[in-house]
Design a protein around this ligand. Structure first.
Ligand code: ITT
Length: 202
């Protein structure tokens, strides 16, 4: 397999997934490289369903093997919100900036020990024969009261990793790539990919 298409328009995801795929001899493309990819309605109730929708829709459209990823943040004090709505938490046209402002506001006054949260990622793999499988990863953290650091994307400046006493906004990409929800799902995806390459002979 010479090419893997990643069914996302999120530059932060493309950067991390392309970096994880660097050791392999695979050209990485994303929806940012296609001129008018179809819109995918992310109306699934789980990360798994939305990831599968992305992978299958883009695989049907291109006829290529596709990785679809759906992810988000579950905050315990908010009953698991924003969850599958993480990208559009503040409003339908949300930005990372406004999403972070809303999260800070919703958690104002909540004690440190009650600010527990986790990122979740589901990675789906599909080709022109349909869905191959979906795998998942998660990463535990604590939501800070203020932004710290400018690395990463999304909620990273607010996502504190106790082991390092730093947020993903402060930690370098190399560390995030060993700990993150996406990295964990990606390690499972690699096993699917290995099997796929053997079975299909691509
Ligand atoms: P695509 O659907 O095109 O992949 P998206 O940004 O809409 O892009 P999702 O629907 O999966 O992707 O939403 C994921 C949101 O969850 C993302 O926009 C961030 O706000 C948040 N998120 C997920 N993983 C994250 C990470 O590693 N760091 C920070 N925020 C993350």
């Amino acid at each position: 397999m010479k090419e893997l298409l990643i069914a996302t328009k999120n530059k932060g995801k493309v950067r991390e997934l392309a970096d994880l795929l660097k050791p392999f001899d695979i050209k990485v493309l994303s929806l940012l490289d296609l001129s008018s990819p179809p819109d995918i309605v992310e109306d699934g109730e789980t990360f798994r369903v939305n990831a599968a929708k992305k992978a299958v829709a883009i695989s049907i459209y291109t006829g290529k093997p596709v990785l679809g990823e759906d992810s988000g943040l579950e905050v315990d004090a908010l009953g698991g919100k924003p969850g599958v709505y993480s990208a559009r938490y503040s409003d339908p046209g949300a930005t990372d900036e406004r999403n972070n402002d809303k999260l800070i506001q919703e958690l104002s006054g909540v004690a440190w020990e009650k600010r527990t949260a986790r990122y979740r990622s589901a990675i789906a793999f599909a080709d022109d024969d349909g869905l191959i499988d979906v795998v998942e990863g998660s990463c535990e953290g604590i939501i800070t009261a203020e932004r710290r650091g400018t690395n990463g994307f999304g909620y990273d400046p607010l996502f504190y990793i106790p082991q390092y006493q730093k947020t993903f906004g402060e930690l370098p990409l190399e560390i995030k790539q060993t700990l993150s929800h996406r990295a964990e799902a990606f390690r499972k995806f690699l096993k699917l990919l290995e099997k796929y390459l053997v079975v299909t002979g691509r």
